[in-house]
Design a protein around this ligand. Structure first.
Ligand SMILES: [Zn+2]
Ligand SMILES: [Zn+2]
Length: 137
């Protein structure tokens, strides 16, 4: 995985990075459920250095995480796709929504976060590392 590219549904927001991803994680938190309109979000964490966004319609929802720190949820104001998130708790990374990758087929989430708010019908593979809240909590 040498180069990651992706973008929103309408194509106004595009991103790419030449850096290797650090990890992939499923997040079952209620904020991700709301923002994704789904049961969870699937996230790919990449280094902020080398991550570049080209966007004419990028908008930001300033969310607040459980830590009380800012969580900037970036989305396309034209088509509504959630695209990536920046965390004040971890400014060295960008958290990409895996569904916006041009090729998400390689993603294998190693971790499930916020298991405590997971929907009961969502299967979690045997041996998956799970956290009830955030990993650092
Ligand atoms: Zn868009
Ligand atoms: Zn979440």
């Amino acid at each position: 995985m040498n180069e990651i590219k992706g973008g929103c549904l309408c194509g106004n927001v595009r991103y790419e990075t030449t850096q290797a991803p650090l990890m992939s994680a499923v997040c079952h938190c209620t904020h991700c459920q709301k923002q994704s309109g789904s049961a969870f979000s699937t996230n790919v964490v990449v280094p902020a250095a080398g991550f570049n966004v080209t966007a004419s319609t990028l908008a930001t929802f300033n969310d607040v995480g459980e830590s009380g720190l800012s969580v900037k949820r970036h989305f396309c104001s034209h088509c509504g796709s959630p695209v990536y998130t920046e965390l004040d708790a971890n400014p060295g990374v960008a958290v990409l929504k895996a569904g916006t990758l041009d090729d998400p087929s390689w993603v294998r989430p190693q971790v499930h976060m916020w298991r405590c708010s997971a929907q009961p019908w969502v299967p979690v593979a045997e041996g998956t590392v799970c956290f009830e809240h955030n990993p650092e909590a």
